[in-house]
Each structure stands twice: as C-alpha cells, then as structure tokens.
Write a protein that binds this ligand. Structure first.
Ligand SMILES: Nc1ncnc2c1ncn2[C@@H]1O[C@H](COP(=O)(O)OP(=O)(O)O)[C@@H](O)[C@H]1O
Ligand SMILES: CC(C)(COP(=O)(O)O)[C@@H](O)C(=O)NCCC(=O)O
Length: 447
C-alpha cells in the first residue's frame, strides 16, 4: 500500500458512467420482459435504496444525452456483424451515478424526490412494465422491509431486498478498488489520500457507523463475517445530543461540537491527579490531558444541564462516542489480526473532529500498529452495494465496473494541510454525482 498526499478533491465532483449491454430480462426479477429491441432504447434508469434507521440513501443512474446514440450505434454495429439474436451485445450508454440522502422520518421527501427527478423512468408513476411485470428496485437496510408497502402503493414498484451486510461489503470493496481518491487517513488535521493496491486490499475490518455500528471482517468479494457491533453509534450521538442540547438538526449538533470544549465536562486524568500526569506517578502512562471519565465533571460540579453550554456537551458526546467506537474497532482488529480498519457510515460526515478522535483512538490503543481509514462516499456503501447487486442477478442491471475518470475539481478546496474553518473536511454535497464507468451485461433478444 502506498500512501500519497494529494490535493483535496471537490465536493462537487461527478461520476461519468457508461452503461453497456442489453439482455433478455428474466421473468421473475426483472425490470422488463423484453420482446422488442426498442424496449432497450428507452430503458428505465436503475436506482437502489438503503433505508436505514436514521437516513435513506439513494443511488441512481442517469444517461447523458448522447448515450442513446452510442447505444444505437453499438447495437446496430453488433447486429451487422451477426452478434445479436439472443447473444450478448455491448451498447454503450454514458451517464452519471447520483447520490442523495433523506431522513428516514421524512420518507415523503424521498418519495417526492424520486417522483420529481423522474428516476422511475418513462413508464410513469404506477409502473406496469411490458408483459404485466412489476418494476423491481434493489433495496437494503431495515426500511426495505418496513416501507415495502409504501413503495408499492406509491409507485407500484417492488423492493427487492438485499442483505445489508452483503451490500455494505460490496459497496466498500467497489469504492476501494475502483474509485480514485476514495480512501484517506485523517490525523493531526492532515488528510492523506491512500491508494490501496486492489491486490493487497484484504483482509480489512469494515466499521460501519450508522444508527448502530457493525464491524465486519472482509476477506474478499462476498467473503466476510460480521464479527461485532455496538448499539452506541450515530443514533446515540444524534439522539442523546438532541435531548441534551435541544438542537434541531444533526448538522447543528456537529456545528456545536466544532465550537465546544470537552474539558468543561469531561473529567481529565489531571483533574483526578491534581494536575500531574498519571505517567509521573504510575507506570500506566496516561497524560494529564487524557480523558479519565467522559462527562465525569458533571458529577462533581454543582451544575444543572442548563449551566453547561450546548457546544461543550456536543463536543464531549462526540468525543465519547467516537473514542468508544475507535477502541472497540481496534480490539476487534486485534482479535482478528487485522491492521487496516476502514470506517464508513453517515455518522462520520467528513467531520474533522470525529475522524481525528477515531484515528487517535486506533493509534493510541494499537501503539501505532493499526490505521484508521475513511471513505469519501462513507454513507453510501449499502446503497452502492444494492445498486451493484443488479449485476449478480444478470438482468437489466448495471455493472459498475470501474471509474473511467474523475471530474476535475469544480470548486477550490483547501490543501490537506490547511485547517478548514467549518467542521467538515470534505463532504459530498447532497444530490451530487460522480464520474464512473457502468457496465451492464445483458443478452438482447430481437424478435
Ligand atoms: N442529516 C442527518 N440527519 C440525521 N442523522 C445524520 C445526518 N447526517 C449524518 N447523520 C448521522 O448518521 C447516522 C446514520 O448513518 P447511516 O449510515 O445513514 O445509518 P442508517 O443506515 O442507520 O440510517 C445518524 O444516526 C447520525 O448520527
Ligand atoms: C441493526 C443494524 C445492523 C442496523 O444497521 P443501521 O441502520 O444502524 O446502519 C445496526 O444498527 C447494528 O449493527 N447495531 C448494533 C447491534 C449490536 O451489535 O449490538
């Protein structure tokens, strides 16, 4: 694995996609029963969902205007060479992968978005694709079960459920192997992109910090084991944070934490040892500034909740949860002999302090042996995995094969060494898109 420090990439990058293929679609799972080649000239844009306890993540594909020409051109060329008639063809559709997220409690916003963006395709609202088949959409996360009827009633689509862990792993492997500038380390205010050799990727520990936390030992594509988890995760931070600070949004809570000082509430080693380093009086080696007890000062202070500043509470809470996850992750890495720990999930949100705390915890407990890594598309692992699962069913699916190119930086980003003013080092803007290549292998039946 080589590590390279690079210019920060834009939030507003886009992924250019190429869709290749057209197939006789399977009657059970399929988006369309193809009886005519013309079915393929107006294909439904594929999309996939990850409906979690806190957030709904949506990944969808849209074609570029010229993609139809490419598609026709390639198909006709194939026909001319006698490749068609039930055989695989590779028409090319250029397009983009888009990402969007919505709060699960506001699922109607997601439904409205799907409708407004017309990502259901040209078949309209209540989908009855040719042959009387129902359009099937890949979905993962608990909400794929919980909200299946809602999608059926609203759009007439069936949510085809994919296992959440399968999807997380597929999404992470795809990003790590295919997307340039995806993985990075963050320590001491320094962000360093890491180019991982795809042949030297496994094994690693995937720690997905969503509402709760899943820890998965990944040994290869589709080869993994969920080795641990903790219920103290992103939902805990947001839930407790909301109650304690009365803030109205997750972003507000993060913003508060950026401004706060955890030492006001956390009990430090120095508070217990009268300012002395514990390392000076014992062999254990804890500095005076190490947190001895998160929120510990609240027991000794004769203060009420309202006497603490919301920003200090937010800071202590973020530190507590990030530290705890970093430590449990390290212990699991140790237990399973893993050196590389990759953190995903929307709890992270490209937030400096969160990443720094997790990294310090991993570094501290592993004595520098293990490394915490983060992902630019941290929150979309499950949705990307669900999107990629179209391919494994071999129908009408898009196979995200590799990223062709990365769109150049759109807005100026700070240098990795430069301290940014806000709490986020870099975050994907909502609803942005990413340049990539998408490969769909199908068999096109002409009648
Ligand atoms: N806009 C937001 N609204 C609510 N929670 C958010 C938001 N952005 C980030 N989060 C954090 O991300 C967590 C959800 O992460 P995610 O990976 O989407 O998990 P899940 O699949 O359980 O919804 C929340 O519990 C919260 O900590
Ligand atoms: C149940 C879940 C897999 C659901 O995933 P999520 O929506 O939190 O991303 C996750 O919340 C989890 O792993 N919770 C921790 C459970 C435990 O191991 O204690």
């Amino acid at each position: 694995m080589s590590s390279a420090q690079m210019e920060d990439q834009s939030q507003n990058q886009s992924v250019k996609c190429t869709e290749i293929g057209g197939s006789e679609r399977d009657s059970e799972n399929n988006m369309s029963s193809s009886t005519s080649r013309f079915d393929y000239y107006d294909p439904i844009s594929p999309w996939a969902l990850d409906i979690g306890g806190s957030l709904i993540k949506l990944v969808y594909f849209s074609r570029e205007d010229n993609s139809l020409e490419n598609y026709l051109g390639k198909s006709v060329a194939a026909e001319n060479t006698g490749v068609l008639n039930g055989c695989t063809t590779h028409p090319v559709l250029n397009g983009q992968l888009h990402f969007a997220k919505f709060e699960t409690t506001k699922i109607n916003e997601c439904l409205d978005f799907i409708e407004s963006k017309q990502i259901l395709g040209s078949c309209g609202r209540h989908q009855e694709v040719s042959g009387g088949k129902t359009l099937t959409i890949k979905a993962t996360g608990g909400g794929a079960y919980k909200f299946a009827n809602l999608f059926k009633e609203k759009f007439g689509v069936r949510l085809d459920k994919e296992d959440e862990m399968d999807c997380l792993v597929a999404g992470a492997n795809f990003l790590l192997k295919a997307v340039p500038h995806e993985a990075f380390t963050y320590l001491d205010n320094r962000k360093e992109f890491v180019q991982i050799d795809p042949n030297d990727l496994f094994p690693y520990l995937l720690v997905n910090i969503g509402s709760g936390v899943s820890m998965i030992k990944v040994d290869g594509d589709g080869q993994f084991q969920r080795v641990s988890g903790t219920s103290i995760g992103g939902g805990t931070f947001w839930g407790l944070g909301r109650l304690l600070t009365k803030c109205q949004s997750f972003d507000e809570l993060l913003e508060l934490s950026h401004r706060g000082n955890n030492r006001v509430i956390d009990m430090l080693v120095g508070d217990i040892y009268g300012g002395l380093d514990y390392s000076k009086v014992s062999k254990i080696g804890l500095s005076a500034t190490a947190i001895a007890s998160s929120f510990g000062k609240a027991i000794s202070d004769k203060k009420e909740l309202q006497d603490y500043k919301p920003e200090d509470i937010a800071r202590s809470l973020l530190r507590l949860i990030s530290n705890n996850i970093g430590q449990i992750a390290y212990l699991n890495a140790l237990l399973h002999g893993l050196k590389r720990i990759i953190f995903g999930g929307f709890f992270i949100r490209g937030h400096e302090y969160t990443m720094d705390t997790i990294s310090v915890a991993v570094q501290f407990w592993s004595k520098g042996e293990a490394k915490a890594m983060f992902l630019r598309h941290e929150g979309f692992l499950g949705a990307l995995g669900a999107f990629k699962s179209y391919e494994k069913h071999g129908f009408g699916g898009l196979m995200v094969d590799h990223l062709a190119e990365q769109t150049p930086i759109v807005s100026p980003r700070p240098h990795p060494n430069q301290k940014v003013n806000g709490p986020f080092t870099e975050e994907l803007a909502d609803n942005e898109s990413i340049d990539c290549s998408v490969l769909s292998v199908e068999t096109l039946k002409l009648t």
